[in-house]
Design a binder for this molecule. Structure first.
Ligand code: NAD
Length: 474
């Protein structure tokens, strides 16, 4: 028997089975989550399909108000949701730089409000004696959302809210590591949305896979690894589903020699270690000019040593554990490979005895491109610092990676930094910051980091198709 239920057509539905959700800080069972059968997925999609015509026909103001009410609901339940996130995901309630579980719920409300204010007005391309030509944006139908475990609630909101704002209905499947905050949100949302508009199913990859082949799902919005993204793209061909794929990142940050090290070090640290490095657009490869390499490295080490790592429910924690055993094993394997190749671990690098999937905040030097720790996305609390002398060489190295999510250049010469940053092959280029996303600016990847964008009107448009209306006046 599970402690949580699926939500299908506005009703709580018991799962066909159940699975354990583990608290990564303690390795104890936090709750039993419902497992979904393929028949139950079909029921959820059928409910979303049935709810679509009426929801698509609601006026703009109704959908706008729904998004605003969902923001209020998130805020009214912030304590419960933050507690759930900390326990299923690991991030402290409050955390270094304020980016804890409370920040995630607060951010979710901000994104709801921002989407509420977006509009997709009819575009008039021509209006003369002969023809009036208009471009209308129409919702797609049932959107399938598949989310990862790193920012479970915020990413769910990034998928669900623009979808329903544009008039679609949704079936969401959260990661089986972190399903609880999403189930709780969908449960709360039933008081705002008509039955069937937002449904939640849970389970592992098989249910995600069944969603990608489902004939009645018109679009999949997916955030997760590039490997899974490729599988989804293959399955989605059965009915030509539209796709937004937000995939892995291995972002480079380039520090020019004129950077004020003391001022920028805390911001660089926060950009790399946010959520213990488990953030898609975190700074994951740090290229530092040789003239300031040692000074910056020692500042980062000092911050790592002063930061508190532990169970996020305890007061004063800055960082939590890695979310799950597989991810911890990946971090350890990249670290051990770097050790074997002579990398220097300035802080961290020791394996934790447990309980809990903890890995210390780790700063590594004497590394270079070609080592797994630099080439692959660690998605954990470990930062390789590569020393460079030639900026042209470093731009080449930064771009010589299959990922292209974000990138940054840090300098007191903004003009020069901007010019260099725009040469990065990435969906977002930051100057003197990294991983700082905002709801009014599109976000997405290039190369193996995926395609399509989220946020802003550009993101909202991805939940629509165009209908051109051409009126012949002759
Ligand atoms: P993952 O790909 O293993 O899982 C993501 C989701 O896909 C889960 O819900 C999972 O159950 C589901 N899934 C697994 N196999 C599937 C299949 N065959 N078909 C359909 N769905 C399937 O990713 P993860 O380990 O949960 O997340 C970490 C990865 O996500 C990292 O690479 C990270 O960079 C990336 N990420 C990207 C962004 C972004 O915006 N670009 C944001 C967050 C995380």
């Amino acid at each position: 028997m599970s402690d949580y239920s699926l939500i299908i057509n506005g009703e709580k539905v018991a799962g066909a089975g159940s699975f354990d959700v583990i608290n990564p800080a303690t390795e104890t069972v936090l709750a039993k989550a419902p497992d979904t059968s393929v028949e139950q997925l079909d029921q959820a999609v059928a409910a979303a399909k049935a709810a679509f015509p009426a929801w698509a026909a609601t006026d703009n103001e109704t959908r706008k108000q729904a998004c605003l009410q969902l923001a209020d609901l998130l805020e009214a339940n912030i304590d419960d949701l933050a507690q759930l996130i900390t326990q299923e995901q690991g991030r402290p309630l409050q955390a270094f730089g304020g980016q804890g579980a409370y920040f995630e719920v607060g951010g979710a409300a901000v994104w709801c409000r921002s989407n509420a204010e977006l509009e997709l007005p009819v575009e008039v391309l021509q209006d003369d004696d002969e023809v009036r030509a208009e471009v209308h944006r129409k919702p797609l139908g049932v959107v399938g959302s598949i989310t990862p475990w790193n920012w479970p609630l915020l990413i769910a909101i990034w998928h669900v809210i623009p979808a329903i704002r544009a008039g679609n209905t949704v079936v969401i499947k959260p990661s089986s590591y972190t399903p609880l905050s999403t189930i709780k949100f969908v449960e709360l949302a039933q008081s705002v949305l008509p039955a069937g508009v937002l449904n939640v199913v849970t389970g592992e990859g098989e249910i995600g896979s069944a969603m990608s082949t489902h004939p009645d799902i018109s679009k999949i919005v997916f955030t997760g690894s590039s490997a899974t993204g490729r599988k989804i793209m293959q399955s989605a061909s059965v009915n030509l589903k539209r796709l937004t794929l937000e995939l892995g990142g291995n972002d480079a940050g380039i520090i020019l020699p004129d950077v004020d090290v003391k001022t920028m070090a805390p911001r660089i640290f926060a950009s790399a270690f946010t959520n213990s490095g488990q953030t898609c657009a975190a700074l994951k490869r740090l290229y530092v000019h040789e003239s300031i390499h040692d000074e910056l490295a020692s500042e980062l080490v000092a911050i790592a040593k002063s930061a508190k790592l532990g169970n996020g429910l305890e007061e004063g924690m800055d960082y939590g554990p890695v979310n799950n055993r597989d991810q911890l094993d990946k971090v350890i394997s990249l670290a051990e490979d770097a050790k074997a190749q002579g990398a220097e671990f300035l802080v961290g690098g020791e394996n934790h005895e447990g309980p809990g999937y903890f890995y210390p905040l780790t700063v590594v030097t004497n590394v270079k491109d070609g080592m797994r720790l630099v080439d692959e996305e660690p998605f954990g609390p470990i930062l390789p610092i590569v020393k460079y002398s030639d900026i042209e060489e470093v731009i080449k190295l930064a771009n010589d990676n299959e990922n292209g999510l974000g990138g940054s250049v840090w300098s007191s010469d903004i003009e020069k930094a901007t010019e260099l940053a725009m040469r990065l092959e990435s969906g977002t280029a930051w100057i003197n910051n990294h991983a700082a996303i905002q709801p009014n600016v599109p976000f997405g990847g290039v190369k193996q980091s995926g395609f399509g964008v989220e946020f802003s009107t550009h993101g909202l448009e991805e939940y629509t198709s165009i209908q051109s209306v051409i009126i012949n006046k002759g």
